[in-house]
Ligand binder design. Structure first.
Ligand code: F6P
Length: 277
């Protein structure tokens, strides 16, 4: 049943991608987090909502684009970021779709995730899935999902880092940590979380959208971004943190709550937590 949800995402995301070229303009509305919505955000959200709620196993659908949860009858609750990194559409850079499949009603803690996935619209379309304790990368092509990397694991020796937010807005303890990381790793930041995290999954390293002086909870949302990406990185042998604890242990209080996100090799996350303590 979880499989049919992942299959629906694997079929729908390429359709979302195919519909992007004519939908680069901003509409008049904002999403519940106060960000301007593109025609593409609305399109991706309504297509995913329709396809996922059509499944018997889906008991509710929630997305970054809607203020409330849409309820139905079914065992699983799906939280979706229909177009992660959608501001990259204007500059034609990488972006994609994230889903978290929870067995508790939303908002739910990360330990209730039974599967998480992201579809990356890069030069090729791939889908990375964490399920049953293992991470698999699939190639999505001609309506087929083909496994290309099984038991995906973070490389032991980290190579890249990418941190969001304006540098003068970083709290002093985080800025101090960055100074040490910069001595060891190479900067890679593209402005779409899943694309930046995929660099970390591929080469090893750390991605963060940290707490900012102007926004102590950071930018990214726990249900739609923090939890699913932490689930994928932790299942691939890495670690996640809100600064103090695994993102999967952060208490869910609100559907659209934000959380500082740090994910990557365990040694780098341990050092981060020591620097922020
Ligand atoms: O809204 C989420 C998002 O697009 C993430 O995918 C990305 O990591 C972040 O925002 C980029 O934000 P900024 O434009 O501040 O670098």
């Amino acid at each position: 049943m979880v499989g049919e949800i992942l299959d629906a995402v694997a079929r729908t995301a390429p359709e979302v991608r195919a519909g992007l070229p004519g939908r680069r303009a901003y509409g008049d509305e904002e999403n519940p987090s106060g960000e301007r919505r593109l025609a593409a955000d609305e399109y991706a959200d309504s297509l995913l909502e329709e396809r996922l709620l059509a499944l018997d196993s889906v008991g509710s659908y929630a997305s970054e684009e809607q203020s409330g949860v849409v309820d139905d009858d079914g065992e699983y609750h799906v939280a979706c970021d229909p177009l992660d990194g959608s501001s990259n559409l204007k500059s034609n850079n990488a972006m994609g779709t994230i889903v978290g499949v929870y067995d508790e009603p939303l908002p739910a803690g990360g330990r209730s995730l039974v599967a998480s996935a992201f579809v990356l619209f890069g030069p090729i379309t791939t889908m990375t899935v964490a399920r049953d304790g293992t991470v698999t990368e699939y190639l999505l092509e001609d309506g087929e999902r083909t496994a290309v990397t099984e038991d995906l694991a973070l490389p032991d020796d980290p190579v890249v880092y990418g941190f969001g937010g304006r540098v003068p807005d970083w709290p002093a303890d985080f800025a101090g940590y960055v100074e040490s990381v910069e001595q060891e790793l190479k900067l890679r930041y593209g402005g779409a979380m899943i694309a930046d995290v995929n660099q970390v999954l591929t080469y090893g390293g750390i991605f963060a959208y940290p707490a900012l002086d102007s926004a102590p909870a950071g930018k990214l949302r726990l249900q739609f971004e923090g939890n699913p990406i932490a689930h994928i990185v932790e299942t691939a042998g890495g670690a996640s943190s809100d600064g103090e604890r695994s993102l999967l242990d952060v208490e869910p209080t609100d559907l659209h709550q934000r959380v500082p996100v740090h994910v990557g090799n365990e040694s780098l996350i341990d050092r981060l937590e020591a620097a922020l303590s």
